[in-house]
Write a protein that binds this ligand. Structure first.
Ligand SMILES: *Cc1c(COP(=O)(O)O)cnc(C)c1O
Length: 401
C-alpha cells in the first residue's frame, strides 16, 4: 500500500517538475530527422531544411566517404567487441587510431573513450589528489565540472577568459604540489577562443600544467586543423588535450585524451570510464582513422569551413544583425530577448532553416540568441538561401530594418 503511494507520488512529482519546465519555456523538445545528418536534412514531417545547428564542422557526419569507411572497418573488425579495452577489447584499429591522433595533435600518446564526456570525467581523479590544485575557467563544459567533482584536488575557478583573475588563482594555489589550468579551447556558446598564448605564459610563470578541451576545435582550428594550440602557436606547450570524435572528426561518437605517455599509461591503469566501459566500436575507430588521414593530406575541408564562416559572418552583419564578433564557425546571432529568439527560430523553421534559440539559463539573462554553426558541407547557395530567410524573418519580427 505505502509502496504504491510512494511510486504514485514519485511519478506525480516528476510530472509536476516537467510541467514547470514547460511553463517556464525551458523544456527541450527533440526534432526528428528522417535523413542523414548534413548541410540539408529532411525532418519526419517531410520538411527539407538547411541545417545551421549541427557540430558537423567538416561536413563528414552524413558523408558517403564516412559510411564507406565505417562499413569497411565493420567488415574487417566486426560489429563490436563485447569487452572493455584491457580484457579483450583492443584491436589493431584502436591502436592505429591512438597513434594517428597523437601524431595529429602533436602529443606522445593518446587513449580512447566512448565519449569526450568520459574523457573529461576520467582524467582528473587518477592524476591529481588533495595535494594538487585544479584551476578552471568558470564557463568550462559540464563534463569538466563533473570530472573535477570526482577528484580530491583543491578547486579554484577563474572568471571566464579573465587572465588577471587566472593569475590571482595561480597565486592562491601556489602552495600546492601541482597546479593545472583547465579550459575549453573554444567555448561553444560564444565561439570564444581561449587565450592559450597568455595561459601558457602564466603557466610557465607560476609553474602550472595546462589542459584544454578541444571538442569545438580538433580538425579545423589552426592552419592545418590541429586545434586551438596550433591556432595560438603553442603546440608542445599543452600537457593534456581532451576531445571528441563526435563533432568535426566524423560526428559518430567517441572521445580521447592525448598527453605524455606516462599520463596516458596512468589513465589506462586507473581511469574509471576507460576501465569499466565498453570499447569504441571498430566502425567508429576505422572511420575516424580515415578522417585523420584525409586531414593530414589536405586542408581543403578546413579551408572551406573557414571560407563559409567568413562569408556568413560578413553577410549576416551586412543585413543589420548583431553577432558576437570573432572568427569561429559558431556564430551567435544576438536577439537578447528570449521570446524573440524563440519566435525567430520558429519562423526560420517555417522558412526552411534549422537553428536553435538559446536563452537563460543556457546563456546569461538578456543574452538570448540563435546560434549558427557553419559547416564545410554548406554550399554558397545554401548559405545565401539561409541568409535571405534570416532577412525575411528579421524584418517580420522588427529585428532588422
Ligand atoms: C560536446 C562537448 C563535450 C562532450 O563530447 P561528447 O564526445 O559528445 O561526449 C565535451 N566538452 C565540450 C567542450 C563539448 O563541446
Amino acid at each position: 500500500m505505502s509502496h504504491t503511494t510512494s511510486r504514485t507520488n514519485f511519478i506525480h512529482g516528476l510530472a509536476s517538475n516537467l510541467d514547470n519546465l514547460r511553463e517556464q519555456g525551458l523544456y527541450k523538445p527533440e526534432r526528428v530527422i528522417a535523413s542523414r545528418q548534413g548541410s540539408e536534412v529532411t525532418c519526419d514531417d517531410g520538411r527539407k531544411l538547411i541545417n545551421l545547428c549541427a557540430n558537423n564542422y567538416l561536413g563528414l557526419s552524413g558523408d558517403e566517404s564516412m559510411v564507406q569507411a565505417s562499413i569497411a572497418a565493420t567488415e574487417q573488425y566486426g560489429y563490436g567487441l563485447s569487452s572493455v579495452r584491457f580484457i579483450c577489447g583492443t584491436q589493431t584499429v584502436h591502436k592505429q587510431l591512438e597513434t594517428a591522433l597523437s601524431a595529429f595533435l602533436g602529443t606522445e600518446d593518446c587513449i580512447l573513450y566512448a565519449a569526450a564526456f568520459d574523457a573529461n570525467g576520467g582524467v582528473f581523479e587518477p592524476l591529481f589528489d588533495e595535494n594538487d590544485a585544479i584551476i578552471s575557467d568558470a564557463l568550462n563544459h559540464a563534463s569538466i565540472i563533473d570530472g573535477i567533482r570526482l577528484c580530491k584536488a583543491a578547486r579554484f575557478r577563474y572568471a571566464h577568459n579573465d587572465m588577471a583573475d587566472l593569475e590571482k588563482q595561480l597565486i592562491a594555489a601556489a602552495d600546492k604540489r601541482h597546479r593545472i589550468i583547465v579550459t575549453d579551447g573554444v567555448f561553444s556558446m560564444d565561439g570564444t577562443i581561449a587565450q592559450l598564448d597568455k595561459i601558457c605564459d602564466l603557466a610557465d610563470k607560476y609553474d602550472a600544467l595546462v589542459m584544454i578541451d578541444e571538442c569545438h576545435a580538433s580538425g579545423f582550428m589552426g592552419a592545418t586543423g590541429r586545434g586551438t594550440h596550433e591556432h595560438h602557436n603553442v603546440l608542445g606547450r599543452i600537457d593534456i588535450i581532451t576531445g571528441t570524435l563526435g563533432k568535426a572528426l566524423g560526428g559518430a561518437m567517441g572521445g580521447f585524451t592525448a598527453a605524455r605517455k606516462e599520463v596516458i599509461d596512468t589513465l589506462r591503469q586507473k581511469s574509471r570510464p576507460y576501465l569499466f566501459s565498453n570499447t569504441l566500436a571498430p566502425s567508429i575507430a576505422g572511420a575516424s582513422l580515415s578522417v585523420l588521414e584525409r586531414l593530414s593530406n589536405s586542408t581543403e575541408l578546413r579551408d572551406r569551413l573557414h571560407a563559409n564562416t567568413t562569408h556568413f559572418r560578413r553577410e549576416i552583419e551586412a543585413l543589420g544583425f548583431t553577432i558576437k564578433p570573432g572568427t569561429h564557425p559558431v556564430v551567435p546571432v544576438m536577439l537578447f530577448d528570449a521570446p524573440v529568439a524563440q519566435k525567430f527560430a520558429a519562423r526560420l523553421y517555417e522558412l526552411g532553416v534549422l537553428v536553435t534559440g538559446f536563452f537563460y539559463p543556457v546563456v546569461p539573462m538578456g543574452q538570448a540568441r540563435v546560434r549558427v554553426q557553419l559547416s564545410a558541407a554548406h554550399t554558397t547557395d545554401q548559405l545565401n538561401t539561409a541568409l535571405a530567410a534570416f532577412a525575411q524573418a528579421g524584418r517580420e519580427l522588427n529585428i532588422i530594418k
